[in-house]
Ligand binder design. Structure first.
Ligand code: BES
Ligand code: MN
Ligand code: ZN
Length: 498
């Protein structure tokens, strides 16, 4: 997807399709007004007939509009301009991209970033449009012959020339997030027989070659044994795929700046292990590495934007399988922290690999550590598919992440991490059990992790509900790449606020 920002003349421009907005109750946007006057009230006459009222989701394709050189004009419903929200703008561009793809249009000009909204600046609108264009033209085509035609080139019209500098920055951010997010989706969508721990490690090495400021280190099983990662290795034991511990270090800041650390759960397939899962929709457990995919995607975005900070991404990666050598319910293992864990359910494996990765992260003396994981089915029940679950041992960090999520249109919702829940993890045979019973499953999973993050400014994002769609639209979403990037951009002074 190639996107540019320009100031254009509507009357003389030659494009396969020019897209302009119509607000609710048939109000014309500034661009639609211009076309209306060029075409001798052609647009307002059509609106009077009632073919489109201007609600978000509506659209009307017009051909050969009088006085215009372009082939088509697409009127896109934009709802109530002043109340436009991030989610609303995302819906507008989803809809526009779908309409353009339906008409097999390869190249188009969008004049939609002129909405007078109370909450979204015009440059934020540019960013949402460019992110949305990447998102809605994405296809997972690596393993399929069929490839639908799709939009490849878009020009975004910027009415006010003085806004051009900001618009360019907004486009850069939108492009970088779009690319990072689609990277995460590609990794997520690959099946378990291709996307193994070794495959993730190979990809991380590829990024090292591509990006100048990035260094990738892969630890193998022996090295993990030396570090005492007994918890992570217990999960890996049941698989023929060797585990990999992937560390990507980006240095965009000063040498002495301590980094922000992102940790992503990289279970490339979660069968449940000996506590094996039921068969229905088990294929979707190939998405159990979407936490890893999102932190790797965020790392791609950080490199594309060359953010002036240091960021470390850690991906503990294993496959969770049943086997003669697999760990069993009742097994007790020793984590890197020295704390012992009774594995009462081998399907609660995410926390077992994350705890060792969190302990490992201490060596970077990080400013903050955020882990991202498809950790609990309970989170899907609690929050559904809209926000990620957020738990943290520092309210300031939680607030920063909540704000970043809202700003980026990729929201999270906080759950309590109270001491009261810790009792549920009691074990008669080890320092803790790896499960806390039926109640508050998302919280007790985070309680488990909190025992390994006492020295850290730490937050946990449970993305079980947001990382992928099931059903007809089955596929990875690439969330929470926008939230993570927003959080990191907000740590870089004011230069990335648009
Ligand atoms: N990867 C799953 C969580 C999951 C399940 C995410 C379904 C999305 C949809 C995780 O490893 C898991 O199996 N968790 C268990 C924990 C339980 C055994 C305490 C769960 O949620 O059932
Ligand atoms: Mn599991
Ligand atoms: Zn899992």
């Amino acid at each position: 997807m190639e996107i540019s920002v320009k100031t254009l003349n509507f009357e003389s421009m030659k494009t396969p399709c020019l897209v302009v907005g119509v607000y609710d109750k048939c109000k014309l946007s500034d661009s639609a007004k211009q076309i209306d006057s060029i075409s001798n009230n052609f647009i307002s006459k059509l609106l009077q007939r009632g073919d489109i009222s201007g609600d978000i989701g509506e659209s009307l394709m017009l051909h050969d509009v009088p006085g215009m050189q372009c082939e088509r004009v697409l009127l896109a419903g934009c709802g109530q301009a002043s109340e436009l929200s991030h989610q609303g703008m995302q819906n507008i561009i989803n809809n526009v991209a779908t309409e353009l793809n339906k008409s097999k249009i390869k190249s188009a000009t969008l004049s939609l970033a002129d909405i007078n909204s109370k909450t979204l600046s015009n440059s934020m609108q540019i960013r949402i449009l460019s992110e949305g264009l990447h998102h809605n033209t994405y296809q997972f085509s690596e393993l399929k012959k069929e490839n639908k035609p799709s939009l490849v080139k878009v020009t975004l019209h910027v009415a006010d020339k003085e806004q051009m500098k900001k618009a360019k920055l907004a486009l850069d951010i939108g492009n970088a997030i779009g690319i990072g997010r689609n990277t995460a989706r590609n990794l997520g969508n690959l099946p378990g027989n291709i996307c193994t721990p070794a495959y993730l490690a190979k990809q991380a090495k590829k990024y090292e070659t591509k990006y100048e400021k990035l260094k990738t280190t892969i630890l193998n099983q022996k090295e993990m044994e030396k570090l005492g990662m007994g918890s992570l290795l217990a999960v890996a034991k049941g698989s023929r795929q060797p585990p990999k511990f992937i560390v990507m270090e980006y240095s965009g800041g000063k040498k002495t700046d301590s980094p922000y650390v992102l940790v992503g759960k990289g279970v490339t397939f979660d069968s449940g292990g000996i506590s094996i899962k039921a068969g229905a929709a088990m294929d979707e457990m190939k998405f159990d590495m979407c936490g890893a995919a999102s932190v790797m995607g965020a790392m791609v975005t950080v490199n594309e934007l060359k953010l002036p900070i240091n960021v470390v991404t850690i991906v503990p990666s294993v496959e969770n399988m049943p086997d003669g050598d697999a760990c069993k319910p009742g097994d007790v293992v020793t984590s890197m922290s020295g704390q012992t864990i009774e594995i009462l359910n081998t399907d609660a494996e995410g926390r077992l690999i994350l705890c060792d990765a969190l302990s490992y992260s201490e060596k970077f003396k990080p400013k903050s550590v955020i882990d991202v994981a498809t950790l609990t089915g309970a989170c899907v029940i609690a929050l559904g598919a809209h926000p990620a679950g957020l738990l943290s041992n520092q309210q300031q960090l939680a607030d920063q992440l909540l704000a970043a999520g809202t700003e980026a249109g990729d929201r999270a919702w906080q759950l309590p991490l109270w001491e009261d829940y810790q009792d549920q993890l009691k074990s008669n045979f080890a320092d803790m059990a790896n499960i806390g019973g039926r109640e508050a499953g998302t919280i007790t999973a985070a309680c488990f992790l909190s025992r390994f993050t006492k020295k850290l400014n730490w937050a946990h994002l449970d993305i079980a509900g947001v990382a992928w769609h099931g059903g007809d639209k089955k596929g990875a979403t690439g969330r929470p790449v926008p939230l993570l990037t927003q959080y990191l951009m907000q740590r870089c002074d004011k230069q990335y606020s648009i």
